[in-house]
Write a protein that binds this ligand. Structure first.
Ligand SMILES: [Zn+2]
Ligand SMILES: [Zn+2]
Length: 227
C-alpha cells in the first residue's frame, strides 16, 4: 500500500520551541484531518491541503487525538472554517477550563489544556466508534497520556494513528512521555489495547511512521507494560 498516496503529512514547526508536529490530511471525497496542530496553523494547513489539490472548504472533520496544545491548537479555527471537531469528551471537558480554573487546582495536564481555545462543540468519540474514513477508521480509547487520548485504527490498511500515546526514542518504540503524561501507568497499560490490533504501520504525531515489524514491536512493548 502506498501510504503517502492516502495520507498526506503536513509538518507544522513552532519556531520558538523548534518542535514539529504533523497534521495528517486524508483526502477522500471529503477530507479528514487527524490532529489540528498548534494555534495559528490554519494557513500552514491550507498550504498543505493545496499540495494535494484540496482546500479548507473540503475539510469535513478534524479528529483530535488528544487535547494538548500541539494537537488541538487550531481545532477552533478549523471549526470556524466549517469542519466538525471530533474528539473524546474527557479531553474536550478540559479544554473548557480557563487558565484561572487550571491555576486553582494546578496540574500540568490542566495547564496545557487551559491555553487551548476550545471549539464550541464537538462530535464526541468513544471507544469502538467507526468513522467513514480509510474504509472504516475505528476509535480506540487509550487513556494515560491524557484522559481522552485516542488512537485511530484502519483495519483495511492496517494503519494505527497513535498521537502521543507512543514515542520513538533511539530507534525504539517506547511508552508515552512520562513527563508530559497525566497518568503514566495508564499510558503503559493502554499499549495492551494497541497490541491486540493487526498493524503494519504506526503513524505518530512527532516521528516518522514505523513500518518495520509493527505488531512485534507493539507486543514487545505491551509485555513490558505490567512490569
Ligand atoms: Zn504532541
Ligand atoms: Zn501530547
Amino acid at each position: 500500500m502506498d501510504l503517502a498516496a492516502r495520507i498526506h503529512a503536513i509538518s507544522i514547526v513552532s519556531v520558538p520551541a523548534a518542535v514539529s508536529v504533523n497534521v495528517f490530511a486524508i483526502p477522500e471525497v471529503e477530507v479528514t484531518l487527524v490532529d489540528a496542530g498548534i494555534a495559528g496553523s490554519l494557513e500552514r494547513i491550507e498550504r498543505g491541503l493545496a499540495e494535494v489539490g484540496r482546500s479548507l472548504a473540503d475539510v469535513r472533520r478534524v479528529v483530535v487525538t488528544h487535547g494538548h496544545p500541539d494537537h488541538a491548537g487550531t481545532a477552533a479555527a478549523l471549526e470556524a472554517a466549517g469542519a466538525e471537531v471530533c474528539m473524546h469528551p474527557a479531553d474536550f471537558e478540559r479544554l473548557k477550563f480557563g487558565v484561572r480554573d487550571a491555576l486553582r487546582r494546578p496540574s500540568r495536564g490542566r495547564l496545557f489544556a487551559s491555553v487551548v481555545r476550545p471549539p464550541t462543540a464537538i462530535r464526541p468519540l468513544e471507544d469502538g466508534d467507526v468513522l467513514p474514513v480509510l474504509g472504516g477508521l475505528r476509535v480506540v480509547h487509550t487513556p494515560g497520556h491524557t484522559p481522552g487520548s485516542i488512537c485511530l485504527y484502519a483495519p483495511r490498511d492496517r494503519i494505527l494513528f497513535t498521537g502521543d500515546a507512543l514515542q520513538v526514542r533511539r530507534g525504539r518504540l517506547v511508552f508515552a512521555s512520562r513527563l508530559y503524561s497525566d497518568d503514566y501507568a495508564a499510558a503503559k497499560a493502554s499499549v495492551r489495547r494497541m497490541a491486540e490490533l493487526d498493524v503494519a504501520t504506526i503513524v505518530f504525531a512527532h516521528y516518522p511512521p514505523w513500518t518495520d515489524g509493527a505488531n512485534e514491536a507493539l507486543a514487545a512493548l505491551a509485555d513490558r507494560a505490567g512490569h
